[in-house]
Design a protein around this ligand. Structure first.
Ligand SMILES: Cc1cc2nc3c(=O)[nH]c(=O)nc-3n(C[C@H](O)[C@H](O)[C@H](O)COP(=O)(O)OP(=O)(O)OC[C@H]3O[C@@H](n4cnc5c(N)ncnc54)[C@H](O)[C@@H]3O)c2cc1C
Length: 379
């Protein structure tokens, strides 16, 4: 696809990835149509919203850490521009993250993480339990030590999605509520169209961007069987007058070897997340909720007084190597999917990469590892 011929871009999927791409492409002058069959239902709607490449880093996943760190550097400017172009708050929070541990095995895991991150040159500050409680008084007595990771940020996912939609609309993007049934270079055929313009069953375009999250596999033969859903359950709790105020930083940690995190919101916390390989099972299980509450309560005991406001399920769009898929699948068809546990973190760099590809420019260097060529696709 030559750069000069690209004018109309169809984006399939209106989660954080599709919406970021639609906004930035519309703002850059492309005629954008975003197609989503069920807005506010995907992984982006339920996500915790951590922007945490550092605390999530692990030896062997260096490409993911580099990609995540590059995108994290873009977040402050992305958020500022989002707020200014949408006229809404972006939802970004900059208080940072504490990774904490209770029993000795969990604290040993944190030592491994701290050593690894220090070797890579990241800022990580070790703290005793008392020091941690000085920073966040809601941490319980079981917390015996941990790490402060000031660089890892967070965003209120639903606030950010509302801002992205407003910014995309303000930039001229059109929104269509329908299922993309078939994708080909030059057109997306629709079914189940629900919006005002129910007459048209095709969206014509020069480029289609597949950003359908965990369901992307149904849209292109290259993605079939390679983007799989990883189920996650997550809770929303609301603080009440009687309880200690929630922490201001994201709190995360292994508890008896299981990962749990508590991400601040203006009115409470998001507690996540379970992880299962069970296909598209949409039900919240009793065991999942029990584990999340008991692990979170060990770190922040005051949540017992909070209201349990919501339990939900989402599907991480996952790939074999945990890296997303960003690039041409064939002329006229771009993939921007497979963001696994990091769709919010990676939204700014994904939008930059897609814009670069639409213009015929090479994507940012850290995005190379996410190129479909690693699957033998020559685009
Ligand atoms: C429990 C949980 C917690 C998470 N926490 C974090 C976190 O803290 N930080 C972070 O960065 N990431 C987190 N993630 C991961 C993140 O949510 C995902 O990587 C991200 O939301 C993927 O965004 P997306 O836009 O690709 O997909 P989605 O948000 O799933 O959006 C896909 C959209 O495509 C639409 N769609 C699908 N098929 C079609 C079709 N054929 N036609 C039309 N529309 C279609 C759907 O309706 C949906 O709206 C979490 C995920 C889960 C499940």
């Amino acid at each position: 696809v030559s750069e000069s011929r690209v004018e109309r871009v169809a984006v399939v999927g209106g989660g954080v990835i599709g919406m970021s791409v639609a906004w930035r492409a519309a703002a850059a002058g492309y005629r954008v149509c975003l197609i989503d069959e069920a807005p506010r239902s995907g992984a982006s709607w339920v996500a915790g919203g951590m922007l945490a490449p550092i605390a999530e880093a692990w030896p062997g996943e260096e490409s993911l850490l580099e990609l995540g760190a590059a995108s994290l550097r873009l977040w402050p400017e992305f958020a500022e521009r989002l707020a200014s172009e949408s006229g809404r708050p972006s939802g970004l929070r900059t208080e940072g993250t504490l990774v904490v541990g209770a029993d000795s095995a969990d604290r040993a895991e944190l030592e491994t993480l701290a050593d690894y991150l220090k070797r890579l040159g990241w800022t990580v500050i070790r703290h005793s339990g008392r020091e941690l409680r000085g920073l966040e008084p809601s941490l319980g007595p079981a917390v015996r030590g941990g790490l402060e990771v000031p660089g890892d940020l967070a965003v209120d996912n639903r606030v950010a999605l509302a801002a992205l939609r407003s910014a995309a609309e303000a930039a001229g993007a059109e929104f269509v509520t329908a299922r993309a049934q078939h994708i080909g270079p030059g057109a997306v055929s629709l079914s189940d169209r629900h919006d005002d313009d129910a007459r048209s069953s095709t969206v014509d375009c020069d480029v289609v961007v597949i950003a359908a999250g965990a369901r992307s596999g149904a849209l292109h033969s290259t993605l079939r069987g390679r983007i799989r859903p990883v189920k996650g359950e997550i809770l929303r709790v609301r603080s009440r007058g009687t309880a200690l105020p929630p922490p201001r930083r994201t709190i995360r940690g292994p508890v008896h070897g299981r990962q749990v995190y508590l991400v601040p919101r203006d009115d409470g916390l998001v507690i996540g997340a379970t992880q299962y390989e069970v296909g598209f099972d949409t039900e919240v299980t009793v065991g999942g909720v029990r584990d999340l509450i008991s692990d979170a309560e060990r770190l922040v005991p005051g949540i017992a007084e909070y209201a349990l406001a919501e339990t939900s399920v989402g599907f991480r769009p996952s790939t074999e190597d945990n890296l997303p898929l960003l690039g041409w699948l064939e002329p006229g068809i771009l993939a921007a999917t497979g963001h696994h546990r990091n769709g919010f973190l990676l939204a700014p760099i994904t939008a930059d990469a897609v814009l670069g590809l639409l213009r015929g420019e090479p994507p940012p260097v850290e995005v190379k590892a996410a190129d479909p060529s690693r699957w033998g696709v020559s685009g």
